[in-house]
Design a protein around this ligand. Sequence first.
Ligand SMILES: [Zn+2]
Length: 256
Amino acid sequence: MRRFYRLLSFFIAAVAVGAPGLAQTPVDWIWTARYVVTMDEQRRVIENGAVAIRGDQIVEVGSRAAVDKAYQAKQRLDRPDAILTPGLINTHTHAAMSLFRGIADDLRLQEWLEKFIFPAEAKKVDAEFVRWGTRLACLEMALSGTTTFTDMYYFEDTVAAATKEAGLRGMLGETIIGFPSPDFKTPQTALAGTEKFFQAFANDPLIIPAVAPHSIYTNSDETLKAARELADHYSKPLVIHLSETKTENDESLAKR
Ligand SMILES: [Zn+2]
């Protein structure tokens, strides 16, 4: 009798998936595209490819035929003319500066920074400026396929909130600089603020906190060493502007 029920339940399961021995695994989504760019170790580009997704995890990447055979999706996104790729990564930005776009943007770096940007930041930048500027930048990044970015700015906790709100991933660092900034008046307080930022976003799935001394020409050697020590102590990345212009290189070589 038990054997009969076992056979019966096998029969019901086989009917449920349409064919015996071909049980499909349930997933939330199947996305298909003309080309799926995997960026895996073999750098495979799969024509008529598909991606199966459960929760926030990619379960399978393969040919559309193979994925459709193995998985049963609750929802589908079929884009027969599209390329489906991993998100792009913007490795350097100051997202909130989207609101300064167009200010004196045809000048050399030092003149642009010292005569226009640093004064504009001293006058205009507060947490709300950063919130709206970062929201705009995140929208533009998402629309152009960028899913992760590195940022160095002020009010970085507000940058983090806007980044999470957009569903993007950010490696974010509070600017440490040798003059009073819009939120921290000394490099020492910016270092302490960075440490607090680490604690606030210690286990966040989308935020990677970093140490962000602005550059070697806007910080003392003492501050730079303290920044390195802080990054090492917490095993966090350190981001910095380095060797951006001939002037910076010439002056750095002369000084050191
Ligand atoms: Zn920069």
